[in-house]
Design a protein around this ligand. Structure first.
Ligand code: 0O3
Ligand code: SF4
Length: 333
C-alpha cells in the first residue's frame, strides 16, 4: 500500500527566510526576583495593604499585578500611615529615607538589591577617606538618589563624557568614580576614560558597579542584534537597563530596535520586509510578557524562537533578613 505523503508545503521565500532569535539571559535578575517576592511574601504575612515606596521595580505590569494583590505604591513616606509596613524598592534609598521611616514609626522591609547596597558601601568608604566621588548615572533615577544620599557632600553626578570638562574637585589626586548598576557598559567605559584623562590618579571601584545582570543582558543583545532587521526589547520606559538594551542593539548593528511594555505596543508596520526578529527583555520584565511577544510574531508567520545562549545565571539572593525573621516567627506561632 502506498502512502500519499501529499505535496510538501512550499514556504513562500519570505516565510522560509524568517527567523526569531531570543536572547538568553534576559528578563528577571536576582535582585528583581528578590524584590518582587519580598512584596508578595509581605502581603501573605502581614495582609493587605502593604505600602511600597516607589515602584518596587521599574515595570508597569509588575506594579499593577502587585496593586491587584493589595500593595499600595507611594512616592514618599508621608503618604504611609504611621505604624504601617513599607517596603523599600530594589533601587535603594538614602539614609535620610531610613531616618524618615524611623521618625514616622514605620516598619520597614528593605528590598534594595544587594548589588546596589554594595555601591552604597563603596560610596561610604570613599567618602570616609575624603575622596571626591564622581557618580556616573542618570539624574533623577532613584538608584542615583539613594547612592548620592550616602555622602552628598562628597558625591557629584556625571551623566556622560560631555559632563567631564565641567567637573570641579578639591584635590585632583583624591578622586574616585562609582556608577549606577544599570548603565551601558561601553558608554561608561568612555566616560571613565574621559575622567581619567583629566584626573590620571582616578581611583576605580573595588569591583564592577554595573552588575552581572546588566552586563550579561547587554552582551546577549549584541549577539542577537548585529544582523537583525528588528530587535524588540520588552521593558518599561522608566527602566534604565531596558532602555539601554535598545541603544546597545542599535549600536551593534540592528536595523531597527524598539522597546515595548508588551505585545500590544508592537506596530505591525515594524515587521514589513523583516526576516530576522530578535527579542530580549530587561531585568525587571516577567517572562509572560516575552511569551506574548513571541505569540504575536507566531501569529504573523514567524517561526518558533531560537534561544541564543551567551551566559548562564544562577545567582539567587536571600530575602531581606527582617522579612525572614517575621516569616520564621509566623511559622513557629
Ligand atoms: O535601574 P532600572 O531603571 O534599570 O530598574 P529596573 O528596570 O527596575 O531593573 C532593576 C534594576 C534595579 C533595581 C537597580 O539595579
Ligand atoms: Fe541588582 Fe543588577 Fe538586578 Fe539591579 S539589575 S536589581 S543591581 S541584579
Amino acid at each position: 500500500m502506498s502512502t500519499d505523503l501529499g505535496t510538501p508545503a512550499v514556504l513562500s521565500p519570505d516565510e522560509a527566510e524568517r527567523a526569531v532569535r531570543l536572547a538568553a539571559p534576559r528578563g528577571y535578575c536576582a535582585g528583581v526576583d528578590r524584590a518582587v517576592i519580598t512584596v508578595e511574601k509581605a502581603l501573605d504575612l502581614y495582609g493587605a495593604p502593604v505600602y511600597v515606596r516607589k515602584q518596587i521595580v521599574h515595570n508597569k505590569h509588575v506594579v499593577s499585578n502587585l496593586e491587584g494583590r493589595g500593595a499600595i505604591f507611594v512616592e514618599e513616606l508621608d503618604e504611609v500611615p504611621e505604624g504601617r509596613t513599607v517596603v523599600f524598592s530594589a533601587h535603594g534609598v538614602s539614609p535620610a529615607v531610613h531616618r524618615q521611616a524611623a521618625d514616622r514609626g514605620l516598619k520597614t522591609i528593605d528590598a534594595t538589591c544587594p548589588l546596589v547596597t554594595k555601591v552604597h558601601h563603596e560610596a561610604k568608604r570613599f567618602a570616609g577617606e575624603d575622596y571626591d566621588i564622581l557618580l556616573i548615572g542618570h539624574e533623577g533615577h532613584e538608584e542615583v538618589e539613594g547612592t548620592a544620599g550616602e555622602a552628598p557632600a562628597h558625591i557629584q553626578l556625571v551623566q556622560g563624557p560631555d559632563d567631564v570638562a565641567g567637573i570641579e574637585v578639591r584635590d585632583p589626586e583624591r578622586v574616585a568614580w562609582l556608577s549606577q548598576t544599570t548603565l551601558s557598559v561601553d558608554e561608561t567605559l568612555e566616560t571613565v576614560a574621559a575622567i581619567r584623562e583629566r584626573f590620571p590618579a582616578l581611583l576605580d571601584p573595588p569591583s564592577d558597579d554595573i552588575c552581572y545582570a546588566t552586563q550579561n543582558r547587554q552582551l546577549a543583545v549584541k549577539e542577537i542584534a548585529h544582523d537583525a532587521d528588528l530587535v524588540i526589547v520588552v521593558g518599561s520606559g522608566n527602566s534604565s537597563n531596558s532602555v539601554r538594551l535598545v541603544e546597545v542593539a542599535l549600536e551593534s548593528g540592528a536595523k531597527a530596535s524598539y522597546r515595548v511594555d508588551d505585545a500590544s505596543e508592537i506596530d505591525e508596520a515594524w515587521l514589513e520586509g523583516v526576516s530576522t526578529v530578535s527579542v530580549t527583555s530587561g531585568a525587571s520584565v516577567p517572562e509572560d510578557l516575552v511569551d506574548g511577544v513571541l505569540a504575536f510574531l507566531a501569529e504573523r508567520g514567524y517561526p518558533d524562537a531560537q534561544a541564543v545562549h551567551t551566559a548562564e545565571e544562577s545567582l539567587i539572593f536571600a530575602l531581606p533578613p527582617e522579612l525572614r525573621r517575621d516569616m520564621r516567627a509566623a511559622q513557629k506561632a
